[in-house]
Design a protein around this ligand. Sequence first.
Ligand SMILES: O=C(O)CCC(=O)C(=O)O
Ligand SMILES: [Fe+2]
Length: 308
Amino acid sequence: MVVRATVPILDLQDFTQGTAAQRQGFIQDMGQALEHTGFFILVRPGIDSEILTPAYDQIQALFALPLGQKQQYEKPELLGQRGYVSFGKEHAKGHSLPDLKEFWHLGRMDNLWPQELPEFAPALTRLYQELDTCAAHLLQAASLYLALPADFLPELVRGGSTILRLIHYPPVPEDAPPGAVRAAPHEDINLITLLCGATTAGLELYQRDGTWLPVPVIPGGIVVDSGDMLQWLTNGLFCSTTHRVVNPIGSNESRYSVPFFVHPRPEVDLTPRFECVTRTGGVPRFGAITATSYLQQRLREIGIAPPV
Ligand SMILES: O=C(O)CCC(=O)C(=O)O
Ligand SMILES: [Fe+2]
């Protein structure tokens, strides 16, 4: 019998409102998912449609603005960390072809806001805050799984450089370079990513047997994955899984998705925790580095930051 792999599904309310046994079950299942798949789908994440719907309306309105207006908010000196990044700018590490996407970044502070859309700032600020709360629950559960104090990981990201990325993948242009895809295979740089509300399928994750597993779109669910910084800090116990977004087959429509990249504060030390080194064979696989040095190095690799 062939057993088909699936992406684990977890219910956040087991952790936030469940019995002691449900809470413990959530911690175990989440830890196992991050160890073995690097991905899971979170249902009942506590972000309701009153927040998501207006945010999505604003995202669609943003990308519908004329290119010239969007480009007023494209500022190379911000290294793509705030405002607009136009179609074809970013490429995945190790890939020369650009991804077929345009996107907008907003953070905890120092944001650029599109003056054309007065509702944009309040709607997106609320979504950022809700995702920040959701991420804190997940990082608490991850800390408990690692037998660290519950506040260990949430404390690293408090006031940190977390970024909300609004992505629009337009219909694939006829003149797109052969081989270019919506998002080429890559790993996320940060600690964890919460991907909310992709409008259509396309996200796939790479499995150890060399096959790609499509991630289903579950309405109201959030796709969560662990990134390279968490892999580093846990000495590889939690894996940062390669993923990609494939081009649509059949109807060539726009796809929107909204990843929330949870980052530590810049000065945070990412040296593997000794508890995790012990759990992974006793030998540190990674060295000492701060979150800011790690990020700069990675942004250079994807063509966003200038070489030193
Ligand atoms: O659009 C998606 O579903 C995934 C996007 C992604 O992996 C990324 O921006 O890092
Ligand atoms: Fe990603």
